[in-house]
Design a protein around this ligand. Structure first.
Ligand SMILES: *Cc1c(COP(=O)(O)O)cnc(C)c1O
Length: 334
């Protein structure tokens, strides 16, 4: 990624921005249900609520941040269009929101991105720019478009509007879940955890916020340990939506995660696979590996018991059917 911002701008995101986001995105993004899971509540000995971010049209929560960011652009900026280099849930969210608003979205992707992903972005009406062989080259192209054609780059997590958008989940948890004392949040770049953590703790600082990541290539985890953002090689994982760096010039989420996260748990591939299969078996619910990490924290009894309800953020369901098939084949109910 191009390091265009070398000075650190530390604008604090506050609960006011989250309320602002809630108002701004309301016409585009529907509130999602928080449903109590009988079987998980039995196991945990306290109420467990599943926050179903899977019900968004794109199958993941990222439309919240994308909508808040794009809706806050000036008319002039909207006319020039937006761009991103994410081919995952964030790329889909940007394409979806832009289409809904009649704004042109250009997604820069390397020639190595699988055709299925390219096709689903095209279906959402995105303009696809093929560039180079790596994610880095795609990122560079994005910033060139910004410089030369005035498109706005929509960052996946390290942006106050994105963080505030994801934070609207926190407001909904407070509204819908009585006696909330624990929130379990899948963690990658930390936009989601920053927003939710800040929102719930501004209401009740005693709510415990747990981040969960896959065991390998957990960049935020390793960065917190090192005391500064670090880079790691990417390993294959079922939680592919949690891959990616946090940016060596991280401006917001590193500090916010440090401040609002009480503990972080690492989850093995076997635990993720078992959790995904368990949820299909007991709930007939499909989720992607990123969300499976949060269920694994519960099933593995990694959350220390306390009174009150637990909210588990089911962040997305974009998983290949071939992966679902493989996981179910390896599953033995216990
Ligand atoms: C992006 C994403 C996450 C992590 O969000 P961050 O803001 O990057 O921490 C978790 N789950 C899914 C499904 C995602 O797409």
């Amino acid at each position: 990624m191009n390091e265009i911002i070398s000075t650190s701008i530390k604008a604090e995101v506050t609960i006011r921005e989250v309320w602002g986001a809630k108002k701004r995105i309301g016409s585009l993004i529907k509130k999602t249900p928080a449903v109590e899971s009988f079987i998980l509540s039995e196991r945990a000995g306290r109420p467990v609520y599943l926050k179903l971010e899977t019900v968004h049209d794109t199958g993941a929560f990222k439309v919240r941040g994308a909508a808040n960011k794009i809706l806050s652009l000036s008319e002039e900026e909207k006319k020039r269009g937006v761009t991103t280099y994410s081919t995952g849930n964030h790329g889909m969210a940007v394409a979806y929101v832009a289409k809904k608003l009649g704004i042109e979205a250009t997604v820069c992707i390397s020639n190595r991105v699988p055709k299925a992903k390219v096709d689903s972005l095209k279906r959402l009406g995105a303009v696809i720019e093929f560039c180079g062989e790596s994610q880095d080259e795609a990122g560079e192209r994005c910033f060139t478009l910004e410089k030369e054609q005035g498109l706005t780059v929509i960052e996946p997590f390290d942006d106050p509007h994105i963080i505030a958008g994801q934070g609207t989940i926190g407001l909904e948890l407070l509204e819908d879940i009585p006696c909330l004392t624990d929130v379990i949040v899948p963690l990658s770049g930390g936009g989601l955890l920053s927003g939710i953590g800040m929102a719930v703790k501004s209401n009740d600082p005693g709510i415990r916020v747990t981040g969960v990541s896959m065991a390998e290539s957990a960049v935020m985890y390793e960065s917190l340990r090192a005391g500064k953002p670090v880079k790691l090689p990417e390993k294959d994982t079922l939680a592919d939506s949690l891959l990616g760096g946090i940016g060596l010039n991280n401006r917001h989420t590193f500090e916010m995660v440090k401040r609002y996260m009480d503990q972080v748990l690492l989850i093995s591939e076997d635990e993720i696979a078992y959790s995904m299969a368990y949820m299909m078996d007991h709930h007939r619910m499909v989720m992607e590996g990123a969300a499976g990490t949060a269920i694994a924290a519960l099933l593995g009894k990694k959350i220390e018991h306390q009174e009150g309800a637990i909210a588990v953020i089911i962040t997305g369901n974009n998983v290949d059917l071939s992966v679902v098939q493989r996981i179910l084949q390896a599953y033995s109910p216990s």
